[in-house]
Design a protein. Structure first.
Lengths: 311, 325
């Protein structure tokens, strides 16, 4: 296991895109964790000029590296505190989706038969209902129901419980091939139970795939959260990057030419989700043996290779 | 399994999915606090309790939720009666249909452009794997994938209005609002440039990625090697053997993408104040106009489900392997 990890790291560290992805994700996490150390202000503090008035729509200057918003708050501070919200939602929702997707995928793939049929039909139904309208209706209704839960929790649950379908399908197809391998039938022959086989033989085989897929799902979750928040469903007391963009757009940052208000939050979203996508794709590529043969690569003329011993 | 059975199964699946959507819609509508009779009378609080009770009886709201009310509602929806909008005081159906055309125009243009460009670029990138073209195409599609739709819209809106003098919103200039659309095509086109561009850039990336991986998969097949061994040039192999087979996933993707396209329309129409279903959806959301929201959801979901079904049917005609299976 350790040798495998070491080998994995050796292949991975040679991949520049993977390293770049890791760097993007890691810096964002560090900024979120160490936010108080990176700014002297609180996200709600209003910056004031020499005359004591709030500095509204002030471009990047000594008062703030990224300027201020319509209420005079420091955008850099809002941005790194927003990372906490965006990343928390993204990671939690991503993990929920991974858990549900793996559960569905393993159960369907391993047990097969009518269980497989039922679970996959449920997946298909979910896959074909347009996701954003469904989420908007769900979130709007749940918030209206006075459930006394944080709006962020609602968003996390809705994203987590809707975005597991691709994970489930991927894992199911992988489990289907593993199930047919000899070590599984041998384990079954010596009397191993389903739980044992899944834990000891199936899970270790698909774990790398699950990890790669989770990273991709996290990027989806971050993007989806930003969209919901932009449409006004975020938690205004805990602004994420999407909420910042919602404020920027609603308060006419575009017509005021306040590019420092609407560019940074979007760039931050691209930064993290691109990081996750690069990381996830590189991991998936390393673990997917297909896509290696390419018959039209290289020269147009074919060189016949003589069979051994056919001089 | 022959084609008829396959089609029947697809039809059955679509019906079940529509039923799921209807049930979701019904449940969401009923769990809301407050009385559903408000959906019928609007926010007019001056209606006396007696009349409200009479309305409740008239609309069957005194009966049990399941099955009586469910069957009633289902019957209403089947007749196209989606209730009355709280904010606009008009039948939801009429409002939806007045916006449908505008959205179809935007989505259609964006889809056609992104499919053509995406397929061409994906083919090129897969063929010339690991060259500058491929790396450029991949980088573009990855960045497009990571970019939030609405944010790209905001940037294009800011750039297009400041540097190119393009309109910042709406579907036509205020002076042309009451005229029929076909009489003000140049004005309409100016308003369509930025939203269409946003849609195209975003969906282009995905078509390109799928086309690229699809062509790569096809190019690893033995029949490509055979074609090459017969002495055909790369271009001939691509056009005669690879393209047709690699296009198959695109057909499925177009249908699967309709869901994403709807999401894109909601974001883009919001950013560009484009007078379509997406903007209406967002508007209903902020005004908490539930009948309108539910009606819009029902329409969008059922359209996407039906479109998927047609894509599946189309697929059976395009891919002979489905028939044999």
């Amino acid at each position: 296991m350790r040798r495998n990890l070491l080998e994995f790291w050796r292949t991975f560290s040679r991949n520049k895109l993977g390293l770049l992805g890791g760097f993007l994700v890691l810096t964002a996490i560090l900024a979120a964790v160490f936010a108080p150390a990176l700014t002297p202000h609180q996200p709600t503090d209003v910056m004031r000029g020499a005359n004591g008035r709030g500095l509204t729509f002030s471009p990047p200057s000594v008062h703030g590296p990224l300027g201020t918003d319509d209420a005079g708050r420091d955008i850099w501070t809002e941005l790194i505190y927003g990372a906490r919200v965006s990343l928390t939602v993204g990671f939690t929702a991503g993990f929920i989706a991974m858990f549900v997707g793996s559960l569905f995928g393993i159960t369907a793939g391993y047990f097969g038969g009518w269980i497989d049929n039922l679970l996959m039909r449920v997946t298909d139904v979910l896959l074909v209902i347009p996701d954003l309208p469904l989420m908007l209706v769900l979130v709007a209704t749940l918030r209206q129901m006075n459930l006394h839960v944080s709006p962020l929790l609602i968003i996390i649950l809705v994203i987590g419980l809707l975005y597991w379908t691709s994970t489930a399908r991927l894992i199911r197809s992988q489990v289907l091939t593993i199930k047919e391998r000899q070590f599984v039938s041998r384990a079954r022959a010596i009397g191993a139970g389903h739980g044992h086989i899944i834990r000891k033989h199936v899970l270790p085989q698909i774990m790398p795939l699950i990890v790669a897929n989770t990273v991709l799902t996290i990027s989806t979750a971050i993007l989806v959260e930003s969209g919901l928040a932009f449409l006004g469903l975020g938690d205004p007391t805990k602004p994420s990057w999407g909420t910042m963009l919602n404020f920027a757009f609603d308060r006419n940052a575009v017509t005021n030419g306040a590019w420092w208000f609407y560019l940074p939050p979007g760039l931050a979203i691209v930064w993290v989700s691109l990081g996750c996508i690069l990381l996830g794709n590189v991991l998936e590529e390393m673990l997917n043996p297909r896509l290696t043969t390419h018959h039209l690569e290289g020269d147009e003329n074919m060189i016949a290779i003589p069979a051994p011993g056919a001089k | 399994m022959n084609r008829r059975d396959y089609l029947l199964r697809k039809l059955g699946f679509s019906l079940v999915t529509v039923l799921v959507v209807v049930i979701i819609n019904f449940i969401l509508f009923r769990v809301l606090p407050g009385d559903p009779v408000r959906a019928v009378i609007g926010r007019n609080v001056r209606i006396s309790p007696e009349i409200q009770q009479a309305l409740r009886v008239q609309f069957g709201l005194d009966k049990p939720v399941f099955p009586d009310q469910f069957i009633d509602t289902l019957g209403q929806w089947l007749q196209g009666n989606l209730g009355v909008s709280w904010s606009q005081r008009q039948p939801v159906k009429d409002i939806l249909f007045s916006k449908l055309g505008n959205t179809l125009l935007l989505i259609g243009l964006g889809q056609i452009l992104s499919i053509i460009l995406g397929v061409a670029l994906g083919l090129l990138a897969g063929w010339k794997r690991k060259t500058a073209i491929d790396v450029g195409a991949l980088t573009f599609s990855l960045v497009a994938w990571a970019t939030p739709t609405f944010w790209l819209g905001i940037i294009l809106l800011a750039a297009g209005s400041a540097w190119l003098g393009l309109p910042t919103g709406g579907i036509v200039s205020p002076a042309n609002v009451s005229k029929p659309l076909y009489t003000v095509i140049p004005d309409l086109a100016r308003h369509l440039i930025l939203p269409t561009l946003t849609l195209t850039i975003l969906y282009l990336g995905e078509y390109m990625l799928i086309m690229r991986s699809s062509i790569l998969e096809v190019l690893s097949e033995d029949y490509i090697l055979t074609a090459k061994a017969k002495g055909m040039s790369h271009w001939q192999v691509l056009m005669r053997h690879a393209l047709k087979n690699a296009m198959l996933p695109i057909v499925t993707l177009i249908a699967l993408n309709l869901g994403f396209t709807v999401s894109g329309a909601i974001y883009i129409e919001t950013v560009f104040s484009y007078d379509g279903l997406g903007n209406l959806f967002q508007d209903a959301l902020t005004k908490q106009d539930y009948p309108l929201l539910q009606g819009a959801f029902l329409l969008l979901a059922i359209s996407v489900i039906l479109a998927n079904m047609f894509a599946d049917i189309l697929y059976t005609y395009l891919d002979p392997r489905v028939k044999a299976n």
